[in-house]
Design a protein around this ligand. Structure first.
Ligand SMILES: NC(=O)c1ccc[n+]([C@@H]2O[C@H](COP(=O)([O-])OP(=O)(O)OC[C@H]3O[C@@H](n4cnc5c(N)ncnc54)[C@H](OP(=O)(O)O)[C@@H]3O)[C@@H](O)[C@H]2O)c1
Length: 329
């Protein structure tokens, strides 16, 4: 496993972060712990969770954070990890109802510290934005949490480029660094995917790429493997083919892209999973993809062999094909 710094911080993270949205939901608690152990054994150290993870299913709330908290206590490994969590998620009843007041975010953060059984979060994300709250209030709130020692660094998720620029401008003017990372929906299939049913998610685009290039802000893409769409295209298992058929990534253009990826994979002696992740890791900016997995086999496959960088000619061929508007020189 290779490691990288997150610009403007002293955080050193593995180049793949482990997503934990579905731990203890899509699998049992024991399987979730096995996955966390496996991730560490493969050299991973960057765990991504959120206050709301598991809250869309009945039963115990905040399950992901609680499982990670118990696991870290048992393994006594908190200091080995770079722990990222998120607060300020809108109410589940209506994603249009933001929760960005100081009290609401402070409640989330205190809840996260308690569930994770730690006294600080290394990287604290705002899970969504509330465009009606001035960036000045938001940055001052995060600075206050940092001053209290509850968070080390802060970041945003699902913010538009325009709002990130405004927040960074305010931070700079007031002598703060501001956001050190940006978490968004990004994988090679997004440019030609079907319609998202959650309009509060923000996709990567050319304008955002420009922001990352100019500022060195770290990009931490989620759904980095397009939910396994391209890998499953190759599978002859009935279950996988069913998932491919129903996938939001299942468009004519993405099926053509799969054929292209297969050719590139063969030429560069890589598998499809590697190519999908290498596309992100070969960008000319600081990128740390978050991978999801349902079982150990998937996790091991996603972590194996990662590190090959695609030549910029191949990157440009892919960018042109998907129509991202991004050019590598
Ligand atoms: N900030 C946000 O708003 C936000 C939103 C979404 C996610 N996230 C974060 O990002 C993490 C990852 O998101 P994600 O789960 O959408 O990422 P992903 O890696 O694109 O998708 C994970 C899914 O891909 C399939 N998969 C993974 N490895 C595979 C392999 N080797 N072969 C075949 N299929 C494979 C599995 O699907 P099957 O289970 O169908 O086999 C797995 O559940 C989340 O856990 C969370 O931490 C953040």
């Amino acid at each position: 496993m290779e490691y990288t710094g997150i610009n403007y911080t002293d955080l050193e993270v593995s180049i793949l972060s482990m997503g934990t949205a579905t731990i203890g939901v899509d699998n049992t608690e024991q399987q979730a712990r096995d996955l966390l152990d496996c991730y560490l054994e493969q050299g991973g150290n960057f765990i991504d969770t959120a206050r709301v993870y598991s809250n869309w299913v009945p039963g115990e709330k905040n399950r992901s954070e609680r499982i990670i908290g118990d696991w870290m206590q048992d393994r006594k490994n908190r200091e080995e990890l770079v722990l990222a969590t998120k607060g300020a998620h809108p109410r589940h009843s209506s994603k249009r109802e933001p929760r960005m007041s100081y009290e609401e975010v402070a409640e989330d953060l205190d809840g996260s510290l308690k569930s994770l059984q730690t006294d600080h979060i290394d990287l604290y994300y705002l899970h969504r934005d509330d465009p009606d709250t001035p960036v000045s209030e938001i940055i001052e709130m995060l600075e206050d949490f940092a001053a209290q020692g509850k968070i080390r660094y802060y970041a945003c998720s699902n913010w538009t480029t325009e709002r990130i620029r405004a927040a960074q401008k305010y931070a700079k003017k007031n002598g703060y660094h501001g956001f050190v990372a940006n978490q968004m929906l990004w994988n090679i299939g997004i440019y030609n995917m079907g319609e998202l049913d959650d309009e509060t998610l923000v996709k990567y685009d050319q304008e955002m790429h420009q922001l990352h290039r100019e500022t060195g802000l770290a990009a931490v893409p989620y759904t980095s493997q397009a939910q396994g769409f391209f890998t499953k295209m190759k599978s002859d298992k009935e279950e996988d083919q069913k998932k491919v058929k129903n996938s939001i990534y299942n468009t004519e253009k993405n099926r053509q892209l799969f054929n292209k990826l297969e050719k590139i994979a063969e030429k560069h002696q890589m598998n499809i999973t590697e190519i999908v992740l290498s596309y992100l890791l070969s960008q000319d900016i600081n990128v740390i993809p978050i991978i999801g997995c349902r079982n150990k086999q998937q996790l091991e496959e996603s972590m194996a062999g990662i590190g090959k960088i695609l030549p910029f000619e191949v990157m440009n061929e892919l960018e042109e094909f998907v129509g991202s508007g991004i050019e590598h020189i």
